[in-house]
Design a protein around this ligand. Sequence first.
Ligand SMILES: NC(=O)c1ccc[n+]([C@@H]2O[C@H](COP(=O)([O-])OP(=O)(O)OC[C@H]3O[C@@H](n4cnc5c(N)ncnc54)[C@H](OP(=O)(O)O)[C@@H]3O)[C@@H](O)[C@H]2O)c1
Length: 316
Amino acid sequence: MADKKIITVLGATGQQGGGLVRAIQSDPSGGFRARAITRDVNSDKAKELAKLGAEVVAADVDNPESLKNAFASAYGAYCVTFYWAHFSPEREIAEIAAMADAAKQTGLQHVIWSTLEDTRKWIPLTDDRMPTLMEKYKVPHFDGKGSSDHFFTDAGVPTTFLLTSFYWENFIYFGMGPKRGPDGKLALTLPMGDRKLPGIAAEDIGRCAYGIFKKGKEYIGKTVGIAGEHLTGAQMAAAFSKALGQEVRYNAVPPEVYRSFGFPGADDLGNMFQFKHDFEDYFCGARNLAVSRSLNPALQTFETWLAANKNHIPVE
Ligand SMILES: NC(=O)c1ccc[n+]([C@@H]2O[C@H](COP(=O)([O-])OP(=O)(O)OC[C@H]3O[C@@H](n4cnc5c(N)ncnc54)[C@H](OP(=O)(O)O)[C@@H]3O)[C@@H](O)[C@H]2O)c1
C-alpha cells in the first residue's frame, strides 16, 4: 500500500469526487490510492469511502492551511469547487487560488482542475443578447472557474484542465426532470431549441478523471472536455418516454423565459443554456465523446443511465 501514489480528492463525498474515489479504490492494481477530503470525517458518506479503503482526511477549501495538509505527500489532486453551496464567484475564485497555491507548495506532480468556460470570451459583457449578472459575469458559475485557470498555470503546477458537462443527475436532484403540465402530460422544459446539450452521468466524470491520472504525463498542460452524449431536448424527451413508459414532450422555451422561472440561480442557468445553444459547435466540439470513452471505457449513454436511474427521477 505504501508504494501507491496518493490522489487527494476534494469533494469526495459529492458527485464528481465520489466517482473518482470509487474508480481509484475499485482498481487495486492501478497503483493509486485515494485520500478522500471531507469537512466531516464522521458522516455516513465519509464512512462509506473509508470502507472502500480510502484514507479519509478533514479539510475545508476555505481554509488554505487545511488544503496544504490535504495535499501533503500526495502525488496528485482532483480539485473541484462547490458553486451552488454559496452562489459566489468571488469565493470560488479565492478557493481556486488557494488550491493552486497549496498544490505548488506541496509539490504535486499532477492536478486535475474541474473547470468550465469563462463565457465572457464568447459573450463579452457589452454583448446584450443575455443580461450581465452580479455586475461582471454572464454565467457566474462558469466564469469564476474559467477565469481562474491561470492560477494553476501561473504557479507552474502540472495541471489538466477538465471541462465537465451537464450531469444527467440534475434530472433527479436539481429539479430539472420532466414535470406534468396543466394538460396532465409530462414535459421536459429546457431553453435549448433544437441544439444539442452535452450530458454525462456524474459518476463518469470521476472515472474519466481516473483515466487521465492513469495516463501519466500525457494530459498535463492540456484541456480535456468530457461528455457521455450530445443530445437535443427532443432526443432526451424521447429517451424519457421510453424509460418511463409514458409520453414526455420536449418543451423548448426561450432563455428569457427560463431566466424568469424564479428559482435560485435561474438567471445563471438561463444564460448557461443560452451560451450552450448559441455556441453549440464550439461547446459540443470541446467535449469529445471518443476521448471520453478512451479515458473511461464504461462511459454511460443517456439510455443506459436512464435504465439504471429512472426510478429515482421524481415524477408526479
Ligand atoms: N450539476 C451539474 O450539472 C454540473 C456540471 C458541471 C460542473 N458542475 C460543478 O460541479 C461543482 C460541484 O461538484 P459536485 O457536484 O461533485 O459537488 P457535490 O456533489 O455538491 O458535493 C460536494 C461535496 O463537497 C464538499 N464540500 C462542500 N463545501 C466544501 C468546503 N467548503 N470544503 C470542503 N469540501 C466541501 C461536501 O462534502 P462534505 O460535506 O463531506 O465536506 C460535498 O459532499 C460545482 O461547482 C458546479 O458548478 C456541476
